[in-house]
Design a protein around this ligand. Structure first.
Ligand code: FA5
Length: 340
């Protein structure tokens, strides 16, 4: 009987020490397995002298019952402990405010391109998309710059490994594509897009930048139409008080050729710097489409005339927002981009 008391005591102590389910299973095998200590005590009932057998048997069965009940309780305790542990170790505080998903926005260059597109849409211009990889002939030759023409030096060119294939240095070759597609119908389009130049990158010059070309072809189109279009654009883009100034210039694909300035009153050091003190800002090159170019597009220059212009939206954006370094546009610096 004292052995039984010891058995119960040590089994309960061992159960108390169990920390996980594996220990619990080992405990069960130790006491209730085929050769377990309680199993053996039960088997031993038959060997007990008959006068003590009844009392012994009752005690063994009581111990068996109490240990199994304790085992169930320990199982429950360990399960709850495991659950509590997993809850605290991967704790998730659902009362904390959520992390805001950063919302993207349109790049300032895209916004300005859209604004330019909207102004010209109001003036009746459609958008024509033209390729960025061009052949030498369309980028230069068809625009009245045959091979070895010195004007080609105006555009430092990226040549590809395929002879005669270049990255377009300006949007002007698009004029040839539009004319050939539309001829003999009248044309009023803008051609926005990226252009590439093998240039020294500085605060004012990039090797990759946007241009917006404009082209109008029809009967009786004159310089006055070009001037009126540019003035209407400049006033919408930069403000109602703007005046434009036309200077003569040279491009092989326009005749006469001009460069256009927009008035910019010198009111502070910033505008003084932008206009170099003159009160005028250059915004584009333009002119009347050269007869050779009209002919290359399929239009008879005796019957048709047209104007074209090419502007640099990055330079205009710099003026509009006081950006002093053109490299910021493609620098991918969020501190810059998130200001717009
Ligand atoms: C041309 O590219 C002519 N194709 C424009 C033209 C079109 C004239 C149709 C006549 C008729 P130019 O190289 O000046 O011209 O470039 C036009 C504009 O692009 C410039 O006024 C300027 O705003 C912008 N630009 C030129 N080079 C750069 C550069 N490296 N980085 C940023 N913008 C530039």
């Amino acid at each position: 009987m004292s052995d039984l008391a010891n058995l119960e005591k040590s089994a309960l102590a061992a159960l108390e020490a169990c920390k996980d389910e594996a220990a619990l299973r080992a405990w069960h095998t130790r006491y209730f397995g085929d050769n377990g200590e309680v199993t053996q005590a039960l088997r031993g009932i038959g060997t007990i002298p008959s006068e003590q057998r009844r009392a012994y048997g009752q005690e063994v069965n009581r111990i068996k019952g109490s240990l199994l009940t304790a085992h169930e309780a320990a199982k429950e305790r360990i399960k709850e402990q495991a659950l509590a542990e997993s809850l605290t170790s991967g704790a998730l505080d659902v009362t904390l405010p959520g992390r805001a998903v950063p919302r993207g926005r349109l790049h300032v260059a895209t916004r300005v391109m859209r604004r330019i597109g909207a102004i010209f849409a109001d003036l009746g211009f459609q958008v024509y998309r033209s390729r960025e990889v061009e052949d030498d002939e369309t980028n230069f030759g068809q625009l009245n710059m045959p091979p070895h023409h010195p004007a080609r030096d105006m555009w430092d060119t990226f040549h590809t490994t395929t002879p005669g294939v270049v990255l377009r240095t300006h949007t002007s070759p698009g004029q040839i594509h539009v004319m050939r597609e539309y001829c003999p119908r009248p044309i009023r389009v803008i051609l926005p897009g990226m252009v590439y130049r093998y240039e020294q990158v500085t605060t004012r010059s990039e090797m990759m930048f946007h241009q917006v070309e404009g082209l109008a072809v029809g009967h009786n189109i004159t310089m006055a139409d070009l001037k009126g279009t540019i003035l209407a654009f400049a006033r919408r883009m930069f403000g109602q008080e703007r005046e434009i100034r036309i200077r003569s210039s040279y491009f092989p694909f326009t005749e006469p050729s001009i460069e256009v300035d927009v008035s910019w009153p010198v009111v502070d050091a910033e505008s003084e710097r932008l206009t170099k003190g003159t009160g005028w800002l250059e915004i584009m090159g333009a002119g009347m489409v050269h007869p050779v170019v009209l002919r290359n597009g399929g239009y008879d220059p005796a019957q048709y005339s047209g104007f074209a212009f090419g502007m640099g939206p990055q330079r205009m954006t710099m003026v509009l927002y006081g950006i002093d370094d053109i490299r910021l546009f493609w620098g991918n610096d969020l501190r810059f981009l998130s200001q717009f």
